[in-house]
Every structure is written in structure tokens, then in C-alpha cells.
Design a protein around this ligand. Structure first.
Ligand code: HSE
Length: 375
């Protein structure tokens, strides 16, 4: 078996990093790594977890000399870390492969956005051309592409609108905790009235709404109430009426597909909802040809092994096309496949995927496999 010689992993203790490390262990990826060095920004020198082929003590994630001895670096440490370390490391002449979950380097010409079930040929071509930066896509984008893979493969997409329902895990572990705190606070606030059999639901509603509009609810991390609410803005304001998250839908998708010169128009409205770790999306898609629903379903289902088509009826949809059903699994659930009343070339689809798996960790893990194959 071919091997990656020295792999460094930064941010392995965080949410995405620990999901990634867990997946690497599950899939036996460490067998093709000769030596793994776990880095830490705060606990260098302390013992790390006992893993195969892994140095016992944590290395210093800010030590450029140490990082420059690595053949591959995986960073799940976040954009600030990439901003601090990446350029100085390259300036030292480091020639290794940089695999990153953060968006910092994604749109650089020297970066490839990795989603190998869709763009393995682009990844391999860019590798052959000497590219060394391979960056995971935005979670919503990767999950959309996995779901609609077949339609892109068959060149059936003219344009897309995406309405997203994005889980709080996309905002990080602290925001997940805060959502639970908010839920608890709201419940606690409603409890005296809930316990009174004769209390009116309108009284409960106005008590909760008043509470949500006061400063009493904990909002220090998310910034706003998310429990009992939704937030139709994710990431920064681009000052043109759209969020950066919405911009990514078009820009990253077309980069992943290698269609920057002939982009598929994609418009998104991105919304944070109070689910935990699955992003859901509703698409309206204009097809380039009038293909029947059964054929479309086959095309979507057969595109990759992770797509799981959910029959378009009430029971199957409510049972299987939900964040609760999909959370923690590699499945990309795709359902509500139907033609619209607008015309027979406009269809709708709803999809749910785990934001931490295909949305973040899995493309990086698979890229390591591609690097191992060719080393
Ligand atoms: N930007 C995403 C979100 C995170 O906030 O849900 C995953 O890339």
C-alpha cells in the first residue's frame, strides 16, 4: 500500500476535526500514514491520544520549523489559523500539501475545492499540474452538489434557486451549546404557565415572545434568539443585499465543477434554523431538457452511492427526509422530486445531509486517500 509519510493534523480536537479523526479511525486511514503528528495551539508538549503511528506528545501548531517537516497538513483549526500560518510557511519554501476545512484559501487560483465524487478529474489534473492547496467546500455547497450530482453529470441544469435551512453546527460548537441553553431558558420561562391547566396558549405565546425580545435570553454567541426563531442571514454582509453564504452557492459550485467560464446561475437564500447538525435545502431547478420524473429520479439515485432517494409521499418524507433521520449518517437524503406547475422543465427537490460529514470532514479524509495513492 502507498503511504503518506508525515501527516500533521491541526484542530483535531474541535468539532469538525474530531469528526474527521473519528472517520479516519473508522476507515483505517491511519494505516496509510507512516507518521501522524498531532498539533495543538495551546497544549504543545502534553501527551496526545494513543493512536496508531502517532507521536505521543502534541506538537506546537505555531512552530513553522516543525510544520515545514510535514508532507501533508490537515487544518480544521479555522480561518484565523490559516491566515496566520499558511503564507509564512509557504514563504519558507514549504512544498507540502495543505488540506483545509476553512474558507480562507478556497477561491484562490492556486487552490482546488475538493469534492472528489464530483470533481476527481479536476483534483487529479491540478495535482499533476503541481497544485498543493486542497480545500473543503462550504458545507451547503458540498451537500447540494452531492444531492444533485446526477443532474450535473447529465448536464441537465440550467439554473437553480436554493432555499437553505442550515443547522447551528455550521456556526460551531459554542453556538450549538447556546441553542440548547436558549431552549432551556425558554422552557423554564414558560413552565409556570404550562403547569396551569387553565392557562391560555396565547398567554404563553406572548410571555415567550416578550422574553425573546428582551435582553434576558442568552445570546452572547449566536447574537440573536435562534430557539423559537430563524435567522435569514449567514456569514458576512456583502453590502449588495446578499450574504457571503449566498454568494458561495454560485461561486464555489462553479469552481468545483470547473465551470467558472460558463457558470450555472445559482441564487440562494440562506437561513439558519434551530436544528443541530444537518443542513436541509429546497431547490427549484430549471432543466435544460424535459426529462420525466422517473428518469430524473434514476439519474439522481445512481449518481453516487450516498444519495438515498426518499419516495415522495407524506409518510416517507416525514420519516426519512429530516435532519433527525439523517444526522450522523453518510446518507444524502433526496426527496420531494417533482415537476412544478410552472412548466415541465422546472422541478423541485428537497435534500438533507450531515453538515459535519459530507459537509466538512469527508472530502478532506478522501483527499488524503488520493494523496496516499500517488505518493
Ligand atoms: N458556513 C456554514 C454554515 C458552515 O454556517 O452553516 C459550513 O461551511
Amino acid at each position: 500500500m502507498k503511504k503518506v509519510k508525515r501527516l500533521g493534523f491541526v484542530g483535531w480536537r474541535g468539532m469538525v476535526g474530531s469528526v474527521l479523526l473519528g472517520r479516519m479511525q473508522e476507515e483505517g486511514d491511519l494505516d496509510y500514514v507512516e507518521e501522524l503528528v498531532l498539533y495543538s495551539t495551546s497544549q504543545a508538549g502534553q501527551p496526545g491520544p494513543e493512536l496508531a503511528n502517532t507521536q505521543p506528545l502534541l506538537a506546537d501548531a505555531m512552530d513553522l520549523d516543525s510544520l515545514s517537516t510535514l508532507d501533508v497538513i490537515i487544518s480544521c483549526q479555522g480561518g484565523d489559523y490559516t491566515q496566520k500560518v499558511y503564507a509564512p510557511l509557504r514563504d519558507m519554501g514549504w512544498q507540502g500539501y495543505w488540506l483545509d476545512a476553512a474558507s480562507t484559501l478556497r477561491m484562490n487560483n492556486s487552490s482546488t475545492i475538493i469534492l472528489d465524487p464530483l470533481n476527481q478529474s479536476i483534483i487529479k489534473e491540478n495535482l499533476a499540474n503541481g497544485q498543493r492547496d486542497f480545500i473543503g467546500g462550504n458545507c451547503t455547497v458540498s451537500l447540494m452538489l452531492m444531492a444533485l450530482h446526477g443532474l450535473f453529470k447529465e448536464n441537465l441544469v440550467e439554473w437553480i434557486t436554493a432555499m437553505t435551512y442550515q443547522a447551528i453546527s455550521g456556526g460551531g460548537a459554542q453556538q450549538m451549546r447556546e441553542l440548547l441553553i436558549q431552549m432551556g431558558e425558554i422552557h423554564e420561562h414558560a413552565t409556570p404557565l404550562l403547569r396551569l391547566q387553565e392557562s391560555s396558549i396565547l398567554d404563553i405565546d406572548s410571555r415567550i415572545n416578550e422574553y425573546l425580545n428582551s435582553d434576558a435570553l442568552t445570546t452572547g454567541t449566536i447574537g440573536y434568539p435562534l430557539a423559537n426563531n430563524l435567522l435569514p442571514w449567514i456569514d458576512i454582509d456583502l453590502d449588495n443585499g446578499t450574504s457571503r453564504e449566498e454568494w458561495k452557492g454560485h461561486a464555489e459550485t462553479n469552481k468545483i465543477l470547473g465551470r467558472e467560464d460558463n457558470p450555472i446561475p445559482i441564487e440562494s437564500t440562506c437561513v439558519r434554523v434551530g436544528t443541530f447538525r444537518c443542513h436541509s435545502q429546497a431547490f427549484t431547478i430549471a432543466l435544460s431538457q424535459d426529462v420525466g420524473v422517473d428518469d430524473l429520479t434514476d439519474i439522481i439515485e445512481q449518481a453516487n452511492q450516498w444519495v438515498k432517494v426518499i419516495p415522495n409521499n407524506r409518510q416517507n418524507t416525514l420519516q426519512s427526509l429530516t435532519p433527525v433521520a439523517v444526522s450522523g449518517s453518510m446518507d444524502i437524503a433526496v426527496g420531494k422530486i417533482r415537476k412544478t406547475a410552472f412548466n415541465s422543465k422546472i422541478m423541485t427537490i428537497f435534500t438533507v445531509g450531515d453538515q459535519l460529514l459530507w459537509g466538512a470532514a469527508e472530502p478532506l479524509r478522501r483527499m488524503l486517500g488520493i494523496l496516499a495513492e500517488r505518493s
